[in-house]
Design a protein around this ligand. Structure first.
Ligand SMILES: C[S@@+](CC[C@H](N)C(=O)[O-])C[C@H]1O[C@@H](n2cnc3c(N)ncnc32)[C@H](O)[C@@H]1O
Length: 388
């Protein structure tokens, strides 16, 4: 039975759903809303990431994010014995800020720079163009390459790091509801009046009615939530293509016990529209970012099933403090003659680690392949991998 509606449904999405039989899974709806080749949020010329846009991400906020992440990459390269070729594959580079900061920082480390082979995986032609424009100057001495999928970027296997910031949360998720008859999928239909509405439907392929039970989790009747099968698929692929090195993912999310706790009974699916949080996932299709938190336990399990080993899991706050963010800020404070500018830099950077900002909500998960006893500085202050 359809339960909710939204007004002003754009004709293109109603037509796309009608073409698919009049009803689609939440995952398919999200795919259309975000990645429809003409109308999808990430595919359009006007896609608006950044301070003036719908949402801002850490690399856009401060270049210290990329600078410190670069130091983590260099440490991994050294742990691997400083190979002559070291591949960095960045998933979903957005505006290209992170790539720019990593490449700029690596220019201070000539031996690392010589080994560096930077590859960007981006599905949106518009964002790819934006990244190419931003990176034109920075990458001149290096040259980097763009790909449409991890498979393509990885070629016959990778020695290096596969990483992404806010990549996993952008993947379409399956929408679920626990009913008195058991787990059901939530989908989207076009109602007779032409508006979009949510509806429950039998579980589609790839979903197991006992998934939560097998994890020892009990979902109360009425709870809505999500499962990201695409993220698990990506992790499995990462495990297959990474011969030696690390998978490092930064995103907002929880362990599965926290993700599926009864108090989170409306799930984590939300829209971001002009810096406003929108709870109705059917609002502004194609104009609004739609995202769900990451279940890091599921990501870790998928990686381990593909032969990876979890080497670290912690909050973004602990991770960047482990990499020396506070010491860097003291350095900024000492070196800035203009107090106002120094304060602005410090304030932006502090948002990365303050618990009420990004420090607690964002986590950093690292899995490795072909490396023993890896100790990454990002986890030296706190490693919560046993909680996954
Ligand atoms: C939320 S944005 C994050 C942007 C950037 N990493 C940042 O931190 O500012 C998500 C990015 O992932 C890209 N993306 C989505 N699905 C993808 C896929 N399957 N493969 C590669 N990139 C993808 C989007 O086009 C976009 O660049």
């Amino acid at each position: 039975m359809a339960t909710e509606g939204c007004t002003e449904t754009p004709a293109w999405i109603a037509a796309a759903i009608q073409e698919l039989g009049g009803g689609v899974s939440g995952e398919r709806f999200m795919e259309l809303a975000l990645y429809h080749p003409v109308h999808g949020y990430y595919q359009k010329k006007g896609v608006s990431l950044g301070r003036e846009g719908d949402f801002v991400t850490a690399p856009i906020l401060t270049s210290l994010f990329g600078e410190l992440l670069c130091l983590q990459m260099i440490e991994i390269w050294e742990t691997m014995g400083a190979p002559a070729r070291f591949v960095l594959i960045e998933m979903g580079p957005g505006t290209g800020h992170l790539a720019e900061d990593i490449i700029r920082t690596s220019q201070k480390f000539p031996r690392f720079l010589e080994a560096l082979d930077y590859r960007l995986v981006e599905t949106s032609p518009v964002l790819r163009e934006m990244q190419q424009h931003r990176l034109q100057k920075t990458t001149a001495p290096l040259g980097c390459h763009w790909y449409a999928s991890l498979q393509e970027a990885a070629g016959d296997g990778v020695e290096g790091v596969l990483f992404g910031n806010e990549f996993l949360d952008a993947l379409p998720v399956r929408w679920l509801e626990m009913t008195s008859e058991g787990l059901r999928e939530v989908g989207v239909v076009v109602s007779r009046s032409g508006t979009l509405a949510l509806t429950t439907m039998p579980l589609g392929s790839g979903l197991d009615p006992n998934y939560f039970k097998r994890l020892g989790l009990e979902l109360p009747v009425g709870m809505r939530t999500e499962v990201c099968l695409r993220g698990r698929e990506w992790m499995r692929l990462a495990g297959r293509v990474l011969r030696r090195g690390v998978v490092l993912m930064v995103d907002y999310g929880y362990t599965d016990r926290d993700y599926y706790a009864p108090e989170r009974c409306q799930g984590t699916l939300v829209g971001h529209f002009r810096h406003q949080r929108v709870d109705d996932p059917l609002a502004h299709p194609g104009e609004m970012d739609l995202t769900a938190h990451v279940d890091f336990s599921a990501m870790a399990r998928a990686g381990c099933a593909a032969g990876l080993t979890v080497c670290g899991y912690t909050t973004q706050g602990w991770f960047f403090m482990g990499l020396g963010l506070l010491e860097r800020l003291q350095g900024v404070a000492r070196s800035q003659r203009d107090g106002g500018l120094g304060r602005a830099i410090r304030q932006s950077a502090l948002r990365l680690i303050l618990p009420e900002e990004m420090g607690e909500r964002f986590k950093v998960l690292a899995l490795c392949a072909g490396l023993k006893n890896v100790e990454l500085s990002g986890y030296r202050l706190k490693n919560q991998r046993d909680e996954l």
